[in-house]
Design a protein around this ligand. Structure first.
Ligand code: GGG
Length: 352
């Protein structure tokens, strides 16, 4: 029997609520599928930062490197600027383990009402491949002359051939596997260096995938078209920032941030990947027990899939699909119900 070691970082706000609620359910799914996993919990996050001035310890990445996979809840706290928390925990893990593919599926499940009129179950089903280690999140730049009239801030975006080729190739592979098409999103009319380079790379890599049709969209048009014609998208590939923004649009048109899972993946398994719900720490509902746990459950499904445990992955994904399709099943307020986090998980456990 395979036994995996998983690092769990519940993080801030509703992170611990959804992570702790989901754990017994995902353990059930593993047992049912004939494998087990041990979790090691790391209480890294903003409470630690407020106490000790660091989100995680200096040897944090070394400690995580021993694990088969990592699960993260949420990062962010009303008392600390978001760039401090993000750069102290989430981004160092993504970059440190070279998790260059941020995979974010956007599915309109049966039983979920999209804010877009006329869209129903199955009409929206696309996945965004977001570049996850460079681009606009590269931390290249600086801020000078603070407080003076000539104060200046520079933030450069970094696009390397290696980094761009590998995310574009990963997205082409996904499109080929889905027998679908690829949409590459840039702003190459305005950003004439980095994004024209991106377009060139897409054109080059496209020659390796003659069966995949490629569409190129500017990010403003892509944001509009995700609302105007979401049914026509299949796989999107975008830079770090654009991918982040577009996946929030994706979460809204498929019903709720509470249903949006993600994986930060290093595909060759030489270092651990990290899975997390797309939503943040949601300070407005912390402690109320109503955070939607389904993005967390779906992210565990992605984690199991990445480990090759497809039976457990499918059981979790199907459980969520069946629950959402059932009018009588409990739902959290973000998707129109009145139930609590624990009620939703208890119902899911009964369906496994
Ligand atoms: N679930 C992880 C989380 O808390 N995300 C909040 C966030 O701000 N993420 C930014 C990003 O994904 O780049």
């Amino acid at each position: 029997m395979d036994a995996y070691e998983i690092a769990v970082i519940p993080g801030d706000g509703i992170g611990p609520e959804v992570v702790d609620a989901a754990l017994p359910l995902v353990a059930d799914a593993a047992e049912e599928a004939g494998f087990s996993f041990e979790t090691t919990r790391f209480d890294w996050g903003t409470e630690r930062y407020l106490d000790r001035g660091e989100m995680m310890p200096d040897d944090g990445l070394d400690r995580l490197s021993a694990f088969d996979s990592i699960f993260l809840g949420a990062v962010g706290h009303p008392e600390v600027p978001d760039h401090v928390t993000l750069h102290g925990l989430l981004l160092p893990i993504r970059k440190g383990f070279d998790q260059y593919v941020c995979k974010r599926p956007n599915v309109l499940f049966e039983g979920i009402e999209s804010p877009l009129r006329g869209y129903g179950s199955g009409d929206i089903d696309f996945v965004v491949y977001r570049e996850n280690t460079e681009g606009e999140y590269a931390s290249v730049g600086g801020r000078e002359h603070r407080g003076f009239d000539h104060e200046t801030a520079v933030q450069s975006a970094l696009f390397t051939r290696r980094g761009t080729e590998r995310i574009v190739r990963a997205a082409f592979e996904a499109a080929a596997a889905r027998e679908g098409h690829l949409t590459s999103v840039t702003k190459s009319n305005a950003q004439a260096h980095s994004m024209v380079f991106w377009d060139d790379v897409v054109e080059e890599v496209a020659t390796e995938f003659p069966s995949v049709e490629v569409e190129r969209l500017l990010v403003d048009a892509a944001a509009m078209d995700l609302i105007r014609r979401p049914h026509e998208f299949d796989v999107l590939v975008a830079s770090n920032l654009f991918g982040d923004i577009l996946t929030d649009v994706g979460a809204q048109i498929t019903g709720s941030m509470g249903l949006a899972p993600s994986g930060n993946v290093h595909p060759d398994e030489s270092s651990p990947s990290m899975f997390e719900p797309v939503h943040g720490s949601a300070p407005d509902i912390v402690g109320e027990g109503v955070a939607n746990p389904l993005a967390t459950v779906l992210s565990w499904s992605m984690l199991f899939e990445e480990l090759g445990e497809t039976r457990a992955a499918d059981a979790l994904w199907t459980g969520v699909t069946d629950q959402l399709a059932d009018d009588d099943a409990p739902r959290t307020p973000d998707i129109g119900g009145t139930a609590g986090t624990d009620d939703v998980v208890a119902d899911l456990r009964s369906r496994l």
